[in-house]
Design a protein around this ligand. Sequence first.
Ligand SMILES: Cc1cc2nc3c(=O)[nH]c(=O)nc-3n(C[C@H](O)[C@H](O)[C@H](O)COP(=O)(O)O)c2cc1C
Length: 327
Amino acid sequence: MGIPNLQIAHIKPSVPIFQGGMGIGISLSGLASAVANAGGVGIISGTGITLEEMRYHIRKARELTNGQGYIGVNVLFAMNDFAEKMKAAMEEKVDFIISGAGISRDMYAWGREYNVPVISIVSSAKVARLSERLGAAAVVVEGHEAGGHLGTDRPLFEILPEVLETVKIPVLAAGGIMTGADVAKAMKMGATGVQMGTRFVASVECDAPMSFKQMYVDAVPEDLELVKTTVGLQGRVIKNKFIDMIRAGGKVKVDKCTDCLKSCSYRFCTSESLKRSVAGDTETGLVFAGARVGEIKEILPVKQIIDKIMEECKQAYPIDQNNLALS
Ligand SMILES: Cc1cc2nc3c(=O)[nH]c(=O)nc-3n(C[C@H](O)[C@H](O)[C@H](O)COP(=O)(O)O)c2cc1C
């Protein structure tokens, strides 16, 4: 018995791994194309970049993959530019749209109009069922271990079986997937594949600066904290001066509010503080990371990361001796 193949609409990668969209310039054409070239599925995040920058990175990724492989775009429902970004990405003929931080009926209708599959990120069986009913091509179930904003306080492997029982569309498991054994565990439970974020940040091709990647390599579990951002959701961060300051109730000056969120608490600017860290200032910005970041020991090329995971995953799938004898 080999590793089952992943198929979502026309998307049939050789490796059942999606690289999660990571906003504010962390997953752009560099990372997404490297993952697609290694056999996985690359995702450009449309969050925190301009429409023109997003179009540029979609085209660049196509160039870097010679038009082969699969590239999707991640948009966040919580952002005011959600509809505009989603439609522009579909005009650029991305392979799929993956939407997080909420769902709407409209987004699936736009997907049908442009003939682009829409995948939803969910954290409960209830929202998974609703997404399926509205027309999602697949769902990503994200547990509490994930990097970025969190939709639940429950671990992935507790929610995954509930979602698998509830929907018939393909399900990808996300949050704390780090090794091939994790991938095999999720797939043996019935997941079609996985989505990974944190491990890919510490890759050579990730679009974030070296200081951001190095924070990942240096982090130990005690460095992690949960912080509620102005989006109204918690996110796991690596502690730094910025976190000490907001914990102490300090006022963080906002340079320029663009009213980017549909609903914002205005306590500080989440977007500006993420931009600061992704510009290299990892002390006075927000550094999101997944719960298992402490296991990352080195920054590696994407292909090496994926090959190692797939090798480990294969070992968890014993070769069917009967089939081998027949072939
Ligand atoms: C630094 C960082 C930024 C992220 N930004 C986003 C984002 O903008 N939109 C989104 O839907 N998910 C975002 N995520 C979540 C990832 O796409 C992915 O689902 C998640 O990281 C999976 O968990 P893992 O990090 O444990 O592998 C982010 C994750 C990280 C680590």
